[in-house]
Write a protein that binds this ligand. Structure first.
Ligand SMILES: [Zn+2]
Length: 466
């Protein structure tokens, strides 16, 4: 690839250890790695194979999405006003028509949306694999689009006849799940620095797998370097009731009992958590994927992200969905994370002189920079990566740029970084992943979006009609 000098960057937000932000910044990239970061003046005499002038743009690290179910964009806007339990029971039968073609095309669609919204690394939790579907179709999609990808081998093994929630037609045999996980690790798990592909083991939830599968998955993951563990936990009140009725314990106790706490584990949502349970996550380094859109959409509640951050729990952002969000937009997720913490009730307003009643929040609960830090460094840390999440020498060349002269950003020159969250969401004008340009002047370099939309629509009709 050679060298690339990006210069005249109006505002360069590095998110490095000093949280440096530079006016008139520049980045020198050699192949897929950042060689130097500074001001344009410092690179006056530097020669490069290619030069990109980003005057009038803000540049920041590409964002990291750590919770998603990409196939769900085939069934968006379904079950709009019911609870998660009804939502799942309605959608399981439609999802049972998925095949490899549907998985691959829906993954491309989700990845394209993610990339235009600033994501350069994503995970995908694929837990429903009917009709001999495999994760290979999503891994191929990521390689085609150039997205850095952590494929999570999800699984459901506890069908209705075994006391689980999903219909028996949607579950797999546990020995098949583990065998396929082993196959994926040996075929696709690259634990080297700047890796573009890693595997995660991800049994779906306490109500769709057995404790035995959770233990076996953890043992298998930990017998390989860098294979992390992911699941849903403390997402909904019905899950807490289920754990109480079936296991006689709380969801976090269930996780601890099956060996699922530690720096190699992260859970989506984690809303129904006591302060003691948050302490336990902090002391064990167990991570959380905060998914504010889905939590609001499903009326589940507000995760205690402020308390988690204060106590040192690793927290990143996930767009979740795309049928419980129903979109794949990282800038929007960062914005909603900030907004949602601010309305989290912490003051009782009936004590106000007017005696209004009700609860109120606080505007300092989460800042725009904290939301973006969760979306970048936070997610990278949870995925076990020390080579992405901020811009510094030796890091992977994953960065995005947004043009400042556009509707919605005018008047934000005093703080364009905060504006990306406070005035957004915005689409990126440039995206580089591992040194490769994916978006150029707002357009994909090598993806035919119109053709993808046609194929996606055709697959959607097929899935519903079967
Ligand atoms: Zn989920």
């Amino acid at each position: 690839m050679g060298t690339l000098l990006v210069r005249n960057i109006a505002h360069l937000a590095t998110f490095d250890d000093g949280a440096r932000e530079l006016e008139n910044g520049a980045i020198l990239i050699r192949d897929n790695v950042i060689e130097a970061v500074g001001t344009t003046a410092e690179f006056e005499r530097t020669e490069a194979d290619e030069v990109l002038d980003l005057s009038g743009h803000i540049v920041m690290p590409g964002m990291v999405n750590i919770h998603h179910h990409m196939y769900q964009n085939l069934t968006r806007v379904m079950v709009q006003d019911d609870e998660l339990l009804v939502w799942l029971k309605t959608l399981y039968p439609i999802w049972s028509n998925l095949d490899d073609d549907a998985i691959g095309i829906s993954a491309r669609m989700a990845m394209a949306e993610l990339i235009t919204s600033g994501c350069t690394t994503s995970s995908d939790h694929l837990y429903i694999l009917p009709n001999n579907c495999t994760l290979d179709a999503t891994i191929d999609a990521a390689a085609d689009l150039g997205l850095r990808f952590h494929a999570a081998r999800g699984a459901m093994s506890r069908g209705q006849s075994q006391g689980g929630l999903p219909p028996d037609s949607c579950v797999e045999k546990e020995e098949d799940i583990l065998k396929d996980a082993e196959r994926l690790i040996s075929a696709y798990h690259d634990n080297s620095r700047h890796s573009m592909s890693r595997i995660i083991l991800a049994p779906c939830s306490p109500f769709s797998v057995t404790p035995g599968l959770m233990k076996d998955a953890a043992a298998l993951a930990r017998s390989h370097g860098g294979v992390h563990l992911h699941s849903h936990l403390a997402e909904d009140l019905f899950e807490e009731v289920y754990c109480h009725d079936i296991y006689k314990m709380r969801p976090v106790d269930f996780a601890e009992r099956v060996g699922w706490l530690g720096p190699d584990v992260w859970f989506a949502h984690s809303i129904f958590m006591t302060s003691e349970e948050i302490d336990l996550f902090a002391s064990t380094g167990t991570g959380v994927a905060h998914c504010p859109s889905a939590n609001m959409r499903c009326g589940q509640g507000i995760a205690k992200i402020r308390e988690m951050l204060d106590k040192g729990v690793p927290v990143g952002l996930g767009v979740d969905g795309s049928a419980s969000n129903d979109t794949s937009n990282m800038f929007m997720e960062a914005r909603l994370a900030m907004m949602l913490q601010r309305v989290a009730p912490n003051k009782y307003l009936s004590e106000s002189p007017g005696g209004r009643g009700g609860f109120g929040g606080t505007p300092s609960a989460l800042s725009a920079r904290e939301a973006l830090t969760m979306a970048t460094r936070g997610g990278a840390n949870i995925l076990g990566r020390d080579d992405i999440g901020y811009l510094a020498p030796g890091m992977s060349a994953d960065f995005i740029a947004v043009k400042l002269k556009q509707l919605g950003l005018s008047g934000t020159q005093r703080d364009p970084l905060a504006a990306l969250v406070m005035c957004g969401p915005f689409k990126v004008d440039y995206s580089f992943v591992n040194g490769r340009k994916i978006i150029d002047k707002g357009e994909f370099v090598s993806l035919d979006v119109e053709r993808l939309l046609d194929r996606h629509e055709a697959v959607m009709h097929r899935i519903y009609e079967q």
